[in-house]
Design a protein around this ligand. Structure first.
Ligand code: SF4
Length: 438
């Protein structure tokens, strides 16, 4: 039996930090060799929740949702996108385990408590002179989304850590900006109940609190406001992920040191390596693959890259490219290849999921979906995409897909013999298209 571990996060079109936190844990878990394949899946970025299983060959897959709330994404979106029927799904001879969400583990409550304790110490503020605001996302689409934030506020209230404890929300009521009316203590400690330093915690929540971006200590309305880090930034989160996976029954390996490019999703790996070895060199999107190195087709490769984190930082994060397969790959790096498997791992890092689809197309087993099947699966506003006219669909394809190394096979069935097919509209495409329905 072979095993896979999938960390499911939100991702972002604005900030690399949201997915970056998840990839950091993927990198560390790969280095620990806890499963044969370890990867990430996202709502906003690649791999998508819907496509990630196509990249895996393992027969026992465990999905750990990295969300702070049990709600819209963990109860509706992920099960619908992944086709899960419950905690345990069996499909096509595979077992898929769906672990509990992070917020169901006591760890996050410990971190919230630690954030407040640290802030009180830094500020030298007495609890009787302090209010605490736990700030969550929530959504009116799912009443349960607010429960995790409310539970954290209740625990803080019962622990008497401060004179006042309130919960407020980015996308629900009470709104975050109202915390100044809901509390009156001279000092306010604001704890963003989010995992990463992403766009919500660095832009949206500070704006609601009347803080400048990057500001952690300020005077607002004559009160001292201290804005803490979000709750998912500690390395200890990794142990919680493993606990949740084991609790779901994941047959994980004992941690051991693995090589830099081990434990990647394996679908298509054999075909890619065989093709590179047979041809000597091979173009894959904007990459040039050979048995000795992988590098961008264009540019002068001067910078040696030795692991996935360093490569991802170059090709995805600085500058941020929310569409992994967007044209315009930065061109001054190369990865030396010492084992054939590394060719595939490098490509998988640059273009998550593209090898699996390419290999399926080469082998005649690739099947493309359509906008209508994708829209029918949606749990929220993207359902409205089914109403787009043919002309509207074409205009979004021309605008978005023209800047992508994949071809929108889902739209017109086309893909060149050596091209990279695309099985369904990505989240970036859907976000652009949604504007057409407004
Ligand atoms: S929908 Fe278009 S832009 Fe998105 S991945 Fe597919 S081909 Fe690329």
């Amino acid at each position: 039996m072979t095993t896979a571990l999938v960390l499911a996060g939100h991702g972002s079109h604005i900030s690399p930090q949201t997915a970056g936190l998840v990839w950091r844990h993927v990198d560390a878990l790969r280095a620990m060799g806890v499963a044969d394949e370890v990867t990430a899946a996202f709502w906003k970025e690649a791999h998508s929740f819907h496509s990630v299983f196509e990249t895996l060959t393992a027969d026992d897959i465990t999905v750990v949702p990295l969300f702070t709330a049990q709600g819209f994404f963990t109860q509706l979106v992920i099960p619908a996108e992944m086709g899960l029927t419950g905690r345990l799904t069996t499909r096509g001879g595979k077992t898929i385990r769906y672990a509990r969400t992070l917020n169901e583990h006591p760890y996050l409550a410990q971190i919230v408590s630690q954030r407040v304790t640290d802030a009180l110490r830094i500020l030298g503020s007495a609890p009787s002179q302090t209010a605490v605001a736990i700030l969550g996302h929530s959504t009116k689409r799912n009443p349960e989304s607010r429960q995790a934030t409310e539970a954290q506020a209740l625990q803080m209230r019962e622990a008497h850590v401060a004179a006042e404890v309130v919960a407020a929300y980015l996308d629900d009521t009470p709104a975050i900006e109202t915390v100044y009316e809901m509390t009156s203590a001279p000092t306010l400690i604001a704890v963003p109940y989010f995992l990463a330093m992403g766009s919500h915690t660095t832009i949206d929540v500070p704006r609601e609190l009347s803080l400048e971006p990057g500001q952690t200590l300020a005077q607002v309305n004559g009160r001292t406001v201290y804005y803490t880090d979000p709750v998912g930034t500690e390395d200890a989160l990794r142990e919680v992920i493993l606990e949740l996976a084991r609790e779901a029954g994941a047959p994980l390996h004992d941690p051991h040191l693995s090589a830099a490019w081990d434990c990647f999703p394996a679908a298509g790996r054999h075909d890619l390596i065989a093709t590179v070895e047979a041809m000597g060199t091979m173009e894959f999107g904007e990459l040039l693959l050979s048995p000795s190195e992988v590098r961008p087709l264009n540019g002068t490769p001067t910078q040696e890259v030795m692991d996935a984190a360093a490569l991802r930082a170059l090709v995805r994060e600085h500058p941020f490219r929310p569409l992994a397969t967007a044209c315009g790959l930065q061109g001054d790096w190369y990865v030396p290849i010492t084992q054939p498997d590394e060719i595939h791992a490098v490509v998988e890092t640059v273009y998550p999921g593209a090898v699996a689809d390419w290999a399926a197309h080469q082998g005649g087993t690739f099947t493309a979906g359509s906008l209508d099947t994708t829209a029918a699966r949606q749990q929220g506003m993207y359902r409205e995409l089914a109403a787009l006219t043919d002309d509207q669909r074409l205009s979004v394809v021309k605008r978005v897909c023209a800047n992508c190394v994949r071809q929108p096979t889902w739209f017109d069935g086309s893909v060149a013999a050596d091209g990279l097919p695309c099985a369904e509209p990505c989240n970036l495409w859907m976000s652009e298209a949604l504007e057409k329905t407004e």
